[in-house]
Structure formats: C-alpha cells, structure tokens
Ligand binder design. Structure first.
Ligand SMILES: NC(=O)c1ccc[n+]([C@@H]2O[C@H](COP(=O)([O-])OP(=O)(O)OC[C@H]3O[C@@H](n4cnc5c(N)ncnc54)[C@H](OP(=O)(O)O)[C@@H]3O)[C@@H](O)[C@H]2O)c1
Length: 294
C-alpha cells in the first residue's frame, strides 16, 4: 500500500500536460496542425472555401458525389480506426493477428505488450469513437442535404480526420506510464465533451427542421444559439474538441483544438457574410461564432 502511494507520488509530474516520450512525428504534426489551421482559417475568411455545402462551386470541373456519400467518406474511416484501436486495447485477440497478416509485425508485438491501458487512454479512445459515430449517424439520419460535394474534398477531409484519430492514439500510447500532470483535467474534459456533442447535435436538428417540408432551399435558422450566431453548431464542435484536449492533457490535443477553432472561425465568418448577402434585412447583431463577441 505504502509502495503504491509512493509509486503514484513519484509518477506525479509538475506540469499540466502529460509528458510522453519525445516524438519527432508528434512535434511535426503539431506544427502542421497550427500552420494548417492558420492557412485554412484565413482562406475560409477570404472566401476561398472548401468545396461543400453552401460553398460548393457547382460549376467546378472536379467530379462530384452526393453530399451524404461525401460526408460518410469524411467520417466513417476515422470511426473505424477508433473502433479498431479500442478493440485492441480491450484485448481483442484477433486485432494483433490481423495486424500481423497485414504485415505490421512490429506494431502487433508492441500492441500485445501494451495491452493494458490507462483509464485516460480508454476514455479518450471511447470519446473519439463516439464523436465520429455521432457524425456518421447524423449524416445518415439527421442532415437534409441539398447538393453535392467534390470527391477530392471528401478524400482530403477523410484523410485529415483519420490522421487526427491515429495521431491522437499514438500520442496517448507514448504517454502511457509517464508522470501524471499535477491537476487532472479529465473530468472537466468529459463534461465539455458531452456539452459539445449535445449542443452540436441539437443545432444540427434545428437546421434539419428548416427543410422538413422537403424543400431544398436555404432559410434563416432560428432557435437555440442561432438567435445570437450563425454557426452555433461550429461553436459546440469546438467545445467538443476542447473537451478531447482536456481528456488527453497533451499538447497534441490542444493543437488539434486550436486548428479546428481557426478553421471554423474562418468558415463561420464566411457563412455570416453569405447570410448577409443572401437575405435582405438579416439581423445585423447576429455574430458568426461566439455570441456578442465575433
Ligand atoms: N472538426 C472539424 O474540423 C469540422 C469542420 C467542419 C464541420 N464539422 C462538423 O460537421 C458539421 C456540419 O458542418 P457543415 O460545414 O456541413 O455545416 P453546414 O454547412 O451548416 O451544413 C449542415 C447541414 O445543414 C444544412 N443547412 C445549413 N444551413 C442551412 C440553411 N440556412 N437552411 C437550410 N439548411 C441548411 C446543410 O445543407 P447543405 O449541405 O444543402 O448546405 C447541411 O445539411 C459541423 O457542425 C461539425 O459538427 C467539423
């Protein structure tokens, strides 16, 4: 008992972040995330938008698929990655055999050796799986799409989400057993994650009700935080990712949340400008992303 307490004490770190093994891959990924966030956010702000939803350029020569199929391509691979990792961590014996068959011998041995997982790693993995599962369910059963999406955009965004999921698990894996942060932010992270998921889902539902008569046009959304901002669903998406960052307590988690904030800030500013241009008399006090602020 005394040993356990001592062990826990020596594993207590002095920082708010988990200090995992040094990894060039993770350091490079963090830089890429911040640079990508700045670049994409600035481009969205300047109306050089990703080719989907109301910003899809119909005249573009790139091959198009239905929005629903495109959005499934966005989210389904990342969901499958999260499920696979979760099964591995829960001791699914076929996972390492499958990895070996696919030629990942070293990875399969490492995963067998590291079958035990900390609560933080399991909570993070379940949260990431839930995040992408919710998006798949919304794409299939909630959103009412009007248009199409460029296949190149769908593949690029799918790659980004899968990269995010794999990197998140990798960073947690190399942080296993490292000194614990002085303050445990995981409970706060779980709370933010649940608020983010719930608020995001609710505002997606409000958007889908705008087309309950089967018409495919656009109208001014009402209800919830739509009375204050044009993109409350983006605001809750950011809260969801801040929750994931708090659960992981890694610099990678916070870089991911920053990247998503920058991108969605740019896109919400573009969306606000789109509403002002499309709807005469659009309420001028309605902000883009954060009520009363921006
Ligand atoms: N993590 C990230 O980096 C990230 C980035 C972007 C999005 N997302 C997630 O994806 C969700 C959806 O994003 P999005 O960019 O596709 O949102 P969006 O452009 O607002 O579209 C969401 C749905 O609502 C419909 N819609 C939007 N405005 C409408 C209006 N004024 N009248 C009627 N229908 C309307 C859209 O139809 P149309 O398709 O016909 O326009 C679509 O079905 C976000 O809330 C977030 O959860 C995540």
């Amino acid at each position: 008992m005394k040993d356990l307490a001592l062990n826990k004490k020596t594993r207590m770190g002095s920082s708010l972040l988990l200090q995992g093994l040094p990894s060039v891959y993770i350091q490079a990924s963090e830089i890429i995330l911040i640079v990508t966030g700045l670049l994409l956010g600035f481009m969205e702000f300047k109306n050089i938008n990703f080719n989907y939803s109301k910003f899809n350029r119909q005249g573009s020569s790139s091959p198009q698929i239905s929005s629903r199929t495109g959005m499934l391509i966005f989210y389904a691979p990342a969901f499958l990655v999260a499920c696979f990792y979760l099964f591995c961590k829960l001791g699914w014996p076929h996972a390492s055999i499958l990895l070996q068959k696919l030629g990942f011998l070293q990875l399969s041995i490492t995963w067998q050796l590291q079958m035990e997982a900390s609560t933080r790693l399991l909570v993070l993995t379940v949260a990431v799986a839930l995040h992408f599962f919710k998006r798949v369910v919304e794409v299939l059963f909630i959103h009412r799409y009007s248009g199409r999406i460029a296949i190149g955009t769908a593949i690029f965004i799918s790659f980004v989400y899968s990269f995010e999921a794999v990197s998140f698990f990798y960073v947690m894996q190399i942080s296993e057993g490292s000194p614990l942060p002085t303050m445990d932010l995981m409970p706060l992270g779980i709370l933010l994650f649940v608020i983010g998921m719930g608020g995001n889902l609710y505002h997606h539902y409000l958007l889908s009700r705008l087309r309950k008569d089967g018409k495919k046009g656009y109208s001014i959304p009402h209800g919830g935080l739509f009375e204050f901002v044009v993109c409350p669903h983006y605001l809750f998406e950011i809260i969801d990712f801040v929750g994931l960052a708090f659960i992981s307590q890694t610099s990678f988690g916070f870089c991911t949340a920053t990247m998503i904030f920058l991108y969605l800030l740019g896109r919400s500013l573009s969306t606000r400008a789109w509403y002002v241009k499309k709807f005469e008399g659009f309420p001028s006090d309605r902000k883009a992303l954060i009520p009363f602020v921006i």
